[in-house]
Design a protein around this ligand. Structure first.
Ligand SMILES: [Zn+2]
Length: 203
């Protein structure tokens, strides 16, 4: 860098130091901020271009991002954001599998957290970038629970996405329940009458 003035050498050293410490590519503005320069009009951009021509840094074209991003030659790529968390929905009590997310999808390949953890994430101020927005809108208000509203639980399953397998599971379960009722008609009638009494009493 014999052709660079002492000030330019100082700037490039600073820029290279910032990029060396960065875990992922940085926007020009962020490099200026970390190097302690005032944004715009700083020599950082010119120096970055010069370093680029010298093969020491790389400029990254990022679609949908207005700023230019930079890294050391062969440096780190962008760190992908963590997968958004889904919450599990309540299922009928006899169900052991499959689990279904609040937004109606199967859990395979998705990050699913217990409802309490999901609610704790929503207790943080928005924006909630770490949670599934569909699950958030489904979460609004009270969760349908079997004890409070079995019809709502079944209704949600009936409208789940095909990949969840919930609707198929429900069909098999209903057929099995119908067989069970046919096999033990007196027991079924007793249980049903007991429920009807409870309903009449407002239970
Ligand atoms: Zn979701």
């Amino acid at each position: 860098m014999a052709s660079l003035s002492p000030r330019s050498v100082a700037v490039t050293d600073q820029i290279l130091a910032v990029l060396r410490e960065a875990a992922e590519p940085l926007a020009t503005l962020e490099i200026e901020r970390r190097a302690g320069y005032r944004p715009y009009g700083s020599p950082a951009y010119q120096m970055l271009r010069r370093l680029e021509r010298m093969g020491q840094v790389e400029r990254l074209k990022v679609p949908d991002m207005q700023s230019r991003y930079w890294r050391l030659a062969g440096g780190p790529g962008f760190v992908p954001p963590p997968a958004r968390a889904h919450a599990l929905r309540a299922g009928p009590p006899w169900r052991t599998t499959p689990d279904v997310t609040l937004c109606g999808y199967g859990t395979a390949g998705r990050r699913v957290v217990p409802l309490a953890e999901f609610d704790a994430m929503l207790a943080e101020p928005p924006p909630w970038t770490a949670v599934c927005p569909l699950c958030v809108s489904c979460r609004g208000g009270e969760m349908a629970s079997w004890a409070r509203d079995p019809v709502a639980v079944i209704h949600a399953d009936a409208h789940a996405q095909p990949d969840s397998g919930a609707r198929g599971a429900l069909a098999a379960e209903f057929r099995a329940l119908a067989c069970l009722a046919a096999e033990y008609p007196e027991r079924f009638r007793d249980l049903l009458e007991a429920e009807q009494v409870l309903q009449a009493l407002g239970g």
